[in-house]
Design a protein around this ligand. Sequence first.
Ligand code: MEV
Length: 314
Amino acid sequence: MPALSASAPGKVILFGEHAVVYGQPAIAVPVTHVQAKAIVTANPRGTAGSVHIQAPDIDLDCYLRDLAPENPLAKAINGVLTSLSIEHPPAFNLRVTSSIPLASGMGSGAAISVAVIRVVAAFLGRQLPDEQVSALTYEVEKIYHGTPSGIDNTVVTYAMPVYFIKGQPIQTFAVNRPFTIVIGNTGVRSPTSVAVGDVRKNWQADPASFEALFAQIGEIAQQARLAIEAGQIEALGPLMDENHKLLQALTVSSPELDQLVDAARQAGALGAKLSGGGRGGNMIALADAANAQAIVQALIDAGATGTITTAVGS
Ligand code: MEV
């Protein structure tokens, strides 16, 4: 049997992170420049149920049976086996690689799960519907933080722009005029669980203030959707700036993120904000065709460890 492979893209959240955990809408888009990839090869000489896993990016080389059930790779593989009612699959080797920066708000965990779930199912002769892939990935996402909104697994599984409200069916939307964003990485790894957990503690301590912030962020996401659908790209910049201020108020920005956001604005970005869980990871800046390169250079000069320039809706 030839090797089978599956890939899934990274993602950025354009508007609405954190507030989306509390029922507000958020907008996310796939970033196909970076991908997670999972490859399965059959191991005809192995005993049934033996699964050898290699994930060189995280120095992992072991058997499925050696991983704790709460390990994300184990949970993804076992999720597929359980949902297909297969206890002892034919022996196989799984290799996982990813060019998505780890713990940086770009959905690396979700993308790895989606790729693994799809390729393991394919090896077992099944093509799972996107809905099921997304649901299984959501279960894995719970390991990273107990209360995921579901936006990461959704945008990465469907690989299209989403307007997401927790618990509601997926909504996509038309991008009337494509626009360019520059993504800048602070180089600071920041697990989503920590930022989400801190926001939760702050919300529990002061629900009224935090719910007001969530509602304002939700309002911005709604306005942003209308602007994107109407092709009013210029309107998105101030909405990003406003969203960043509200994320600062939620305490999820950081000096490194603020520095990159300021540098992008000074280089002519129409707006900029952190993206994802925050505290580190990535920020995004809205560029036009003329200033994208200047923004990239300004981000690097301000300490970004990597940048990605991507067009939304092209
Ligand atoms: C993480 O990419 C986005 C957060 O809003 C968490 C979530 O939605 O589950 C911070």
